[in-house]
Design a protein around this ligand. Structure first.
Ligand SMILES: Nc1nc2c(c(=O)[nH]1)N[C@H]1C(S)=C(S)[C@@H](COP(=O)(O)OP(=O)(O)OC[C@H]3O[C@@H](n4cnc5c(N)ncnc54)[C@H](O)[C@@H]3O)O[C@H]1N2
Ligand code: MOO
Length: 649
């Protein structure tokens, strides 16, 4: 059956969308904390108490000795001093009796003297202790109920159980505890293009295949937030099949998440299915990513359902924005607040007019400033969430945010991580990733944004980064970096240190089908080039050599097609979108492409002196001067570490 295609997506403000969703759940009695279930204490960690817990037994249940020593009557000790010690007989007339810590206090005694404050004396048939000070009543005694008294409140309802809570529950006589049932959440991935990762690993991917992982993310989120996910197998884009899966899932779950098919494409069925099976409350919320989200209730049970957008970032954020607060409410705990931090935004952010935008950012402390650098805004770029330190929300209808303005960041990390983060902005190289691996061992985090060499120098100028990798060739002198540093950072004392030399050359298809011999072939009609962005060192290098060869850039087909990384250039060649591009050997190697080397370039680190001398960067400098990094870099094709750590200026 084909349903009428609905092209109309609304822009419902987030709070209004929530209002409708909650009102619908309230009217069907589902907007309340879930009932309790009794669990053995051993299984209750991390669960939430459904009812208050009162002590059934007191703890301790008797007056207990708090020390190893002698039980005495305090009255008998009166008058004992260093000069006039007193002797108390151990034994039948009950002046002193030995007890261990935790033993009951004998009924005739009212105090304990620690053993080290007594001297043991054997005298013929009798044993005594000698004491040199008196003790007050109840000395070193833990009175009955010191910890918990029967009938006392031990834990309130809605309490997330910690390990010590379990101890207290057992200690006052509870073998089980009533905790809220875990919300049961169905996670249904849909899409004919989807394949499982296992399938992909065995059979490889065909063009158009997408590895299904949103259901893994959603079900892991559900578990993390205290729910019990059921991860369904992939359902192909077939209206009836999806509808029947939703119907079955709604019968046995508290919440149904249908992933993808939320927007307006020919196979986007979620909103129609919700309409057919129940009530469509919202289709389209004024947020981005996550705009085409669907909210509704289905079947006679009025099970809430969320149509989660398919793009992975939209999917994960929809989890945070809609699923987490819902699960928290059902569990009776407050929605999880992220730690907040004020930071300076490093780049201007425009806001899409009618939508609140969630911008992923990295955060670092650079000198006195906390800097938030926006990551990719693409809703398909899951690594932007992996790398994100936090989120900045740009409210709809705002002007956006100018660079240098203060913003509020909601952190994904512990704020203390920010202080041990080294911020790099500049040219990217695989070896920086290796460096970051080793830095982790030294307790440093490495946040790296690829902005090209010139972008890195500009970031240093603004005070946004601790260092910038750069490989900018000066056409006038044939020297790397020095003149650029002078020109762009005239007022900032910096150390220019060589990181490595690397082979630059033409990345070409395996077997060199076009017979490309060098840059002079770029003017051929049958050769399509793929370029790097302006400001990239590799772009500068190309322009330098084209100029030397007297080739006008306009004569190079594809000169205007810009990619932002070496790997993106390699991918363009691999896919056949271009015949060649300038890049580094390791990028060609990574995709098993051929490589025509023609220049060994110097790749330096530009480090403002103030950071060069800081504790923060010390582990990085240690690595550069040590043998380990050098060894692993040398194992890669096209790198030379002979000058690693040499100060240029
Ligand atoms: N004409 C319009 N097109 C789109 C709109 C719109 O308003 N009008 N909205 C865009 C936005 S914003 C989003 S977000 C997406 C939402 O897409 P759907 O929910 O319909 O999902 P699909 O189109 O099926 O998939 C999008 C994308 O995500 C991949 N995907 C889907 N499921 C999974 C999964 N389980 N694991 C990994 N990746 C998944 C899918 O293959 C697609 O690449 O719509 C825009 N279009
Ligand atoms: O709203 Mo879509 O979720 O921007 O990517």
């Amino acid at each position: 059956m084909s349903k009428n295609r609905k092209f109309y997506l609304e822009d419902i403000p987030l709070d209004e969308a929530w209002r409708r969703f909650i009102a619908a759940m309230e009217s069907s009695g589902l907007w309340k904390a879930l009932p309790g279930e009794d669990l053995p204490l051993e299984e209750a960690l991390g669960r939430v108490t459904a009812v208050p817990v009162w002590a059934t037994l007191s703890s301790p249940g008797y007056h207990a000795s708090a020390m190893d020593g002698y039980a005495v009557r305090s009255m008998d000790t009166l008058g004992a001093t260093e000069t006039a010690p007193k002797r108390l007989r151990i034994g039948p007339d009950r002046q002193a009796e030995y007890v261990d810590t935790g033993d009951p206090l004998p009924s005739w005694a009212d105090a304990i003297i620690q053993i080290e404050h007594t001297q043991h004396i054997d005298e013929e048939a009798d044993e005594f202790i000698e004491i040199q000070a008196s003790v007050a009543p109840w000395t070193a005694v833990r009175p009955m109920g010191e910890d918990m008294v029967a009938t006392e409140l031990v834990l309130p309802a809605n309490r997330l159980l910690k390990p010590v809570d379990l101890g207290a529950l057992a200690g006052c006589g509870h073998a089980t505890v009533s905790v809220r049932r875990r919300p049961r959440v169905a996670v249904i991935p849909t899409g004919t293009e989807l394949v499982t990762v296992e399938q992909a690993a065995q059979e490889g991917l065909k063009s158009g295949d997408i590895i299904e992982y949103n259901s893994l993310v959603l079900s892991s989120q559900v578990r993390q937030w205290g729910g019990e996910p059921t991860r369904y197998p992939i359902v192909v884009d077939d209206y009836e099949r999806i509808r029947e899966t939703v119907r079955e899932a709604a019968a046995i779950h508290d919440l149904v998440l249908v992933n993808a098919g939320s927007s307006a494409g020919s196979e986007d069925f979620t909103s129609s299915i919700v309409e057919e099976l129940g009530t469509l409350l919202v289709h389209g919320v004024a947020i981005r990513p996550g705009h085409p989200v669907v909210l509704g209730t289905v079947t006679d049970r009025k099970t809430p359902i969320i149509g989660v957008p398919g793009y992975p970032v939209s999917c994960a954020l929809t989890g945070e924005i809609f699923v987490e607060p819902l699960l928290s409410h059902w569990l009776g705990v407050p929605s999880k607040e992220k730690p907040k931090l004020k930071a300076t935004i490093s780049r201007k952010l425009l806001s899409p007019m009618g939508e609140d935008e969630w911008v992923r950012v990295t955060v670092g402390r650079v000198g006195e400033r906390t800097v938030a650098a926006p990551l990719s805004r693409g809703a398909g770029v899951i690594t932007s969430l992996v790398r994100a330190d936090g989120i900045v929300r740009i409210p709809r209808f705002s002007e956006g945010v100018e660079a240098g303005r203060e913003v509020n960041v909601e952190l994904y990390r512990d704020p203390s991580d920010i202080d041990r983060t080294i911020v790099h902005i500049g040219s990217h190289d695989l070896c920086l990733d290796m460096l970051s691996q080793y830095l982790a061992d030294a307790g440093r985090l490495f946040s790296s944004a690829n902005a090209g060499s010139l972008g890195g120098l500009m970031a240093l100028r603004r005070g946004d980064a601790h260092l910038a990798a750069s490989h900018l060739l000066d056409p006038a002198t044939g020297e790397y970096n020095i003149s650029y540093v002078k020109q762009y950072l005239p007022n900032i004392p910096v150390v220019l240190m060589t990181f490595l030399h690397r082979e630059q050359g033409l990345i070409i298809a395996p077997g060199n089908p076009r017979g490309i011999q060098g840059l002079s072939d770029l003017v051929r009609d049958d050769v399509r080039y793929v370029n790097r962005q302006r400001g990239a060192g590799t772009r500068v290098l190309l322009d330098y050599h084209l100029n030397k060869l007297g080739i006008e850039p306009e004569r190079v087909k594809g000169y205007r097609r810009e990619e932002y990384t070496h790997l993106a250039v390699a991918v363009a060649v691999q896919s056949g979108a271009a015949d060649c591009g300038l890049g580094i050997a390791s990028a060609a190697h990574a995709l098993q492409l051929d490589f025509l080397p023609f220049e060994k370039e110097r790749y330096d680190l530009v480090i403002p002196r103030i950071y060069y001398e800081s504790d923060l960067l010390q582990p990085l400098l240690d690595l550069i001067h040590g043998p380990v990094l050098r060894r692993v870099v040398n194992e890669l094709p096209g790198y030379d570490t002979t000058s690693m750590g040499t100060i240029v200026v």
